[in-house]
Structures are given as structure tokens and as C-alpha cells.
Design a protein around this ligand. Sequence first.
Ligand SMILES: C[S@@+](CC[C@H](N)C(=O)[O-])C[C@H]1O[C@@H](n2cnc3c(N)ncnc32)[C@H](O)[C@@H]1O
Length: 313
Amino acid sequence: MSGRGKSAKGAAKPTNDIIPANHPETYTTKKVIELFLECFKYILASEELPEMVQLVKGELFNRNYIEAFNSEDKRLAYVARWVPARALAYASLFASLDEVLQMFRDPVEERRVLCVGGGAASEVVGLASLFSGIKLKDGNSSSSLHVDVVDIADWTNIVHKVSLHVQQKWLYDGTSFSSSFVCGDVLQLSAEELHLAEQNLVTLLFTTNELFCEKRMETVRFLQLLSKNCRKGSYLLITESAGSYSHITVGLKQFPVQFLIDTILVGKPSEKNGPWEIVQLSESCWYRVDDREIDYPVKLENMRFFYRLYRKK
Ligand SMILES: C[S@@+](CC[C@H](N)C(=O)[O-])C[C@H]1O[C@@H](n2cnc3c(N)ncnc32)[C@H](O)[C@@H]1O
């Protein structure tokens, strides 16, 4: 189950290059899949779903990210087709990151997490799965979780639907979990609008590449905004596809996007004098769906990605 990752100082440190299909600290795979079956039963039964999925797939492949999510039908197709596997993978990833797990295990903490580009709710379900899994074992804890979601496409209904399901069906006390959705371009929002000083964790999951493709300089400035306003000890988690799909061109050269991000956040490899330090990373991490546990009408795909968990110095 474990692989080799690297600590901030470059020394080998055990980490998970294969994360479990269902981490013991999270809610069960069956419950997570039930959420999608219940919340999205109409789209899952729709004859138009395969056509919509192909449309979204084409837009994503051609990096037409804004067009991929510019109608409710396309957004619902994305949720039905891609989000269940991502939610399962993210729950497992959050639970596999020691620092994130410890944060969720605290029985009294009021946590706040900002999910940039998280409108499709993979992160909301993933976070809720870990939060609810831990709560189930300690029903008396007073801890709470608020998830702020910011996305340029209007995912209001989807975030609301899954959050309501979590509150009503996953938790004894539904008020311990809440979410809010802001539809807007994260590159235009202020630190106050993003509540950066209050966040324990900021996630950018499969979103950084899109931001760099849309507006490179503004994305650099956004990362600098995080550096300036996130509080000491808070975390930033970035994932993106492992491999050449995540390369971006600077001048005549192509760089892996993580090289650019690390330079902005951590500093040059020889100096490491940036505002963040890497606490856990993987250049290639697999999440494999356990088909035996899943009865879902659409094929769910395995995922391979790189990740970085940064801590604000
Ligand atoms: C590939 S999707 C990933 C969705 C989700 N994080 C997941 O892993 O399932 C990227 C998301 O970023 C959002 N996005 C793209 N540009 C954005 C921007 N400038 N501001 C906010 N959200 C943005 C898209 O609308 C989309 O929901």
C-alpha cells in the first residue's frame, strides 16, 4: 500500500503512492456511491447522459474548460460520470495525508476548508466522507466543518444537493457540517472574499492547470495572494494529472506545472526560501476504484495524479 515520497528536505520519507480504495477513517464506498445514486437519479436514468458525457469529454480534452461546464446538463453529466470516483479518491487522499487526518481527528476544532474549482462537489463529498467517518466513531465530539466552494461555473444546485444529503443522511447532528458556494472567477476575488485568513486548508484539485491556461500572470498573483494571506500552519493541497498533460509552456520550453508551482510557493530548489514548505508529496499516485464494492450504472475510472501538501511557514 505504501510507496516512496519525498519530504521537504528531499530525503525519502514513506508516503502513499497507492492510496487505498476505501480508507478505514472515511465513510464506506457504498455510502458514497449511494449519495450519487440518490442525488442524481434523474440524470443517471437519462437517455441523453452518454451524449452529454461525450460532449464534456471533448471539451475537456481540447482544454475548452469554460465551455465544458457552461450548461446545467453538462455539469450534471460531469457529476454523474466523473465525480463519484474523484470523491472516493479525494476522501482516501485526505485520510492518507497525516496532517489532514490529524486536523480532522481533533474532536473540538471548527474547521474551514476552501475548495477552489470545487463546484462539481468531488471535494465536498471527499471532505464530508472523512469528517463523517471520524464523527461516526466519536458521536459526542463538538467539531464542525465548513466548506467554502468557489468556482467560475454555476454549480449552486449540485453543491446544495450533496451538502443536504450529508447533513440529513450521514451525520447525527447535521448542523456540524455546512457549505457555501460562490460562483466567480477566483483570480478576481480578494483575500477577504475568500476568507483566506480563516482557512485551515485550501484545495486546488485538478484546477491549477486550468487557471494557468486561462490567465498565467493572474494565476501567479493568486498563488502570491494565498502566500500573503493564509495563516501560519495552514495547509494547501494541489493535485493535477501526472504526466505530460500537466506541462505548460514558458517561452520556448515546456515545464511540468508542479515545477512552476513549487518555485512560486517554496522557492528555488537550492534556496527553499518561499512562504510554504512541502510536507508530503507524490509525483505519481494511484487511486484504483474497487469495482467489487460498487454498483453504479456508469463506469468509474482509476486516477493517477501528482500531489503536494504545503504548510504555510
Ligand atoms: C477539471 S475541473 C475539476 C473539478 C474538481 N476540482 C474535481 O476534481 O472534480 C476544474 C474546475 O475549475 C473551475 N474553474 C476553472 N477556472 C476557474 C476560475 N478562474 N475560477 C474558479 N473556478 C474555475 C471549473 O469550472 C471546474 O469546475
